[in-house]
Design a protein around this ligand. Structure first.
Ligand SMILES: Cc1cc2nc3c(=O)[nH]c(=O)nc-3n(C[C@H](O)[C@H](O)[C@H](O)COP(=O)(O)OP(=O)(O)OC[C@H]3O[C@@H](n4cnc5c(N)ncnc54)[C@H](O)[C@@H]3O)c2cc1C
Length: 373
């Protein structure tokens, strides 16, 4: 009997949910496919600020991987990858088990970047991984509702940080007594949202200051300790909770895997989304860097890579030639202000309105409906 090839999918990220959906449309007979994921429900980060703000339920912004896999004949295995042995074709899991593969595909996302920031892993609340962040948020939310007074300080000033800060403020203003939560933000850049046009920066400066969220720019955080955040210039800020919303960092176990990586530790892939060092390994989303076409770590790129990844995994399993892919140069960002209002930022252009939020809501809900089984 012919050997059934083993395709192992690590992580149910934005690219893999599309790979799984497509395998569901046309099930593959010549391979046994397994998905490894630590969680049954994978978050859709575009809707996370809306979840924090109270506009969405948990299930509105999470994809249930189990029925998606089951509809595609894919084995769903709840386990967390901890190491890859590419020479042996094997993945080590946190429960001590091993998973063997002929072809491996990695879409495990990123973690909040804490390099050069001591104590952040132990004393900070990282926005990524999302599951741990949401359980920390539930604790904070419950404590504030019980009348505690807490200071919440964001480390980071990008889109994720400003959206989450605005969303928390919106929720807490409705559900807790005035002044119980003090929210502030520290960023090492000269202004918030440095990757966006000046108009977007001004809008969010207005939004945050209007809500009493104090922003400290040029504040490079070097240490997080219980109750305190210290900056490189010697200044410090008191914080009951340091919320680490820095940019994307590579998971340490991925960097240590022996797969060729870029300078920041992300898996280096070619235009086929194939590892530069191991041709039977593919990677997409935040965890991968297309060396010829580097792009910001954003969900929109991970989503666009899904169909390409599916096709190339299929071709790799069949021994057929792979197809190359050039990602789009720019991406539309729809950044919400917490109160069903949003700002669009695209290619130097910016506009805002309640209608922008409704537009974003339609896009997000349509995306989620695609993966509901
Ligand atoms: C608050 C916030 C809002 C954002 N909003 C937007 C937005 O509006 N638009 C946009 O383009 N980008 C946005 N981003 C960025 C976006 O979150 C990422 O770029 C996107 O999630 C990357 O997708 P991914 O497929 O690489 O991985 P992810 O979506 O992060 O998925 C990774 C999956 O892998 C699983 N996993 C993790 N570790 C392991 C392991 N060891 N073993 C097995 N499985 C594992 C996880 O459980 C998860 O299911 C936002 C980020 C944040 C923090």
């Amino acid at each position: 009997m012919a050997h059934l090839q083993r395709l192992l999918l690590l992580g149910g990220g934005h690219s893999h949910v599309e790979v799984i959906r497509r395998f569901g449309e046309r099930p593959l007979r010549e391979a046994a496919i397994t998905l490894l994921s630590p969680e049954r429900h994978t978050p859709y980060s575009g809707m996370l600020p809306g979840y924090i703000a109270g506009h969405y339920s948990y299930h509105d912004c999470h994809i249930d991987l189990e029925p998606l896999c089951s509809a595609a004949g894919i084995v769903f295995r709840r386990a967390e990858a901890r190491g890859i042995q590419p020479e042996a074709g094997r993945v080590a899991c946190s429960d001590g088990s091993l998973a063997d593969y002929d072809v491996l595909s990695i879409d495990v996302g990123s973690t909040s970047d804490v390099h050069d920031m001591s104590g952040a892993l132990e004393h900070g609340i990282r926005v990524k991984p999302v599951a741990a962040f949401l359980s920390a948020w539930e604790g904070i939310h419950a404590a504030l509702r019980q009348g505690r007074q807490l200071s919440l300080v964001f480390v980071g000033g990008g889109a994720g940080a400003v959206e989450l800060a605005a969303a928390m403020h919106h929720r807490l203003a409705k559900e807790t007594s005035a002044g119980s939560a003090r929210i502030a933000m520290l960023t090492d850049t000269a202004s918030i949202l440095p990757a966006h046009p000046a108009r977007v920066q001004r809008i969010f400066e207005r939004v945050l200051s209007g809500r009493g969220i104090k922003v400290h720019c040029n504040a490079k955080v070097v240490r997080v300790s219980p109750g305190r955040i210290e900056c490189a210039d010697g200044s410090s800020v008191d914080a009951d909770h340091a919320i680490i919303a820095t940019g994307a960092g590579a998971p340490a176990w991925v960097t240590a895997s022996g797969l060729k990586a870029d300078a920041r530790g992300f898996i280096a892939v070619n235009a086929y989304l194939q590892s530069l060092s191991h041709p039977n390994v593919f990677a997409a989303g935040d965890v991968a860097t297309m060396m010829d076409y580097p792009r910001p770590k954003m969900g929109v790129y991970a989503v666009r890579q899904g169909p390409i990844l599916h096709r190339n995994l299929l071709h790799a399993l069949r021994g057929e030639s792979l197809r190359s892919y050039v990602p789009q140069r720019t991406a539309l960002a729809l950044i919400s202000t917490g109160d069903k209002h949003a700002v669009a930022s695209w290619n130097g252009i910016a506009f805002e309105g309640d209608w922008v939020w409704r537009w974003k809501n339609r896009i997000d809900c349509r995306f989620m409906a695609t993966y509901r089984r």
